[in-house]
Unconditional design. Structure first.
Length: 194
């Protein structure tokens, strides 16, 4: 029996050795799997952090762009207000001309734009009257006709004939030259910009 016991003992010993070998292999595989899972988790965390950083950088970049646009928009609005203030002030100054200068400006307008026989309407805000205008050399030379002095426009005059009406009010003259004048105003007010 001893032979049987020795065989059974060897079988048990071999089985125990195989079990311990398999247990060690399983533990090693489990350790490798745990290490691999840890590496993957760390990689995911790292890539997640990287993605979060990229998202945050994109958000900051977009907000900086929007803020820059807002600043430029507000600056442009302030410049538009400044330009508009210059035009308003220019119109106020033309309405404040004294009689002599006012007549000189009207004579220049009549010389440049009036046709023989045109009817002339003065602004009701003009510091001169129809008699003073009708006495000018240009008025007489072009045989102009005084229509009235009750034009509801801010200074200057209007010319009428059978086929047309010319608005030579100070506002219309400023508006007609607005594009050109705006460039000059911008260069004067904001010399560092082109």
């Amino acid at each position: 029996m001893e032979g049987k016991e020795a065989i059974v003992g060897r079988i048990l010993s071999d089985a125990q050795q195989k079990a311990e070998t398999r247990k060690a292999e399983a533990a090693a595989r489990a350790e490798n799997a745990r290490d691999e899972a840890r590496r993957k988790a760390e990689a995911l965390l790292t890539s997640g952090r990287a993605q979060l950083m990229r998202d945050a950088e994109e958000t900051v970049s977009r907000r900086e762009t929007v803020a820059g646009l807002d600043v430029r928009k507000r600056l442009l609005a302030a410049k538009r207000e400044a330009i508009e203030a210059v035009f308003t002030r220019a119109l106020e100054k033309t309405r404040a001309f004294g009689k002599g200068r006012y007549l000189a400006v009207l004579d220049a307008l009549l010389e440049a734009y009036a046709e023989d026989g045109d009817a002339v309407q003065l602004s009701k805000y003009a510091p001169v009257d129809g008699r003073e205008l009708a006495a000018s050399k240009v008025f007489l030379a072009k045989k102009l006709v005084f229509r009235d002095a009750d034009g509801d426009f801010e200074g200057g005059l209007r010319l009428y004939n059978a086929v047309s009406e010319r608005d030579l009010s100070f506002r219309a003259i400023l508006e007609a030259r607005r594009f050109e004048l705006e460039r000059e105003i911008v260069q004067a007010l904001f010399p560092s910009e082109k």
